[in-house]
Write a protein that binds this ligand. Structure first.
Ligand code: DC
Length: 232
């Protein structure tokens, strides 16, 4: 059987709001590769843990058990140009993309046993694929440490808060810039300073700071790098 080592993998790590999802989608389209949005996994575990009342006084073993019994699958949705998530073969309808669920995700992500429970699931996604673009915090450092091309996409916290604010306003949703900025700073702190698999660039990653770059400029830098790394 083909292992993930033979599947060409591009990893994109970095803080939330730096544009990882947009870059991942464009690279996947460019190469005809599949996508793994690992943040979605942590968001689902975070939401389910919250619903089960496990986040008030988090217990690592209970969280790990919940994680390892999750029956998740992913299907490409060509209409929305994204990947739909299924739990127990039922489409996930809950909104997992908001700041509240991001906070739950960031909390469950600090537990080693939760991360271990998700590790094999993530690696299995790479098996028998033409190629994979995986985005998250530890894709290049832990999950796919042998990836062909590793990118760390970052941006200063104000630039990320401004983008998130504008996204919400454009979607007709209420938004408070200062609250968004405070959430981003708190989440960065938790993700970058946790003991296990902290968010950091792999030694062999290309670091791109998108604070003053357009999505096109980010894509071109990343694409050029992937070509240099032998992904053609
Ligand atoms: O990328 P995101 O904002 O959807 O991720 C949500 C949270 O999940 C993030 O704050 C930290 C955690 N996470 C992680 O620890 N490791 C990953 N590979 C992806 C996400």
């Amino acid at each position: 059987m083909k292992t993930h080592h033979q599947t060409p993998i591009i990893t994109i790590d970095g803080p939330s709001g730096a544009g990882k999802g947009t870059l991942a989608f464009r690279l996947a389209k460019q190469y005809g590769f599949e996508l793994l949005d690992s943040g979605a996994l942590y968001r689902i575990v975070g939401l389910m843990a919250h619903q089960a009342g496990l986040l008030d006084k988090p217990d690592e073993d209970k969280l790990a058990e919940l994680t390892s019994t999750l029956n998740l699958s992913f299907r490409i949705n060509n209409n929305s140009q994204s990947v739909d998530i299924y739990i127990d073969e039922q489409p996930l309808l809950a909104d997992i993309r908001n700041e509240t669920v991001g906070g739950y995700a960031s909390v469950v992500a600090t537990f080693a046993k939760v991360r271990t429970a998700l590790l094999q699931l993530q690696r299995n996604i790479a098996i028998n694929k033409t190629g994979l673009v995986a985005d998250g915090r530890d894709m290049g450092t832990v999950v796919f440490a042998n990836a062909a091309a590793k990118i760390y996409l970052t941006a200063d916290s104000q630039a990320r808060a401004k983008r998130r604010y504008e996204q919400l306003i454009n979607a007709g949703k209420p938004a408070d810039y200062q609250a968004i900025l405070a959430d981003i700073i708190a989440r960065d702190d938790r993700d970058e300073n946790r003991a296990i698999a902290p968010s950091r660039p792999a030694d062999d990653a290309l670091v791109i700071d998108s604070s003053s770059l357009t999505a096109d400029e980010v894509f071109h830098q990343a694409w050029q790098f992937c070509q240099q790394q032998g992904i053609v």
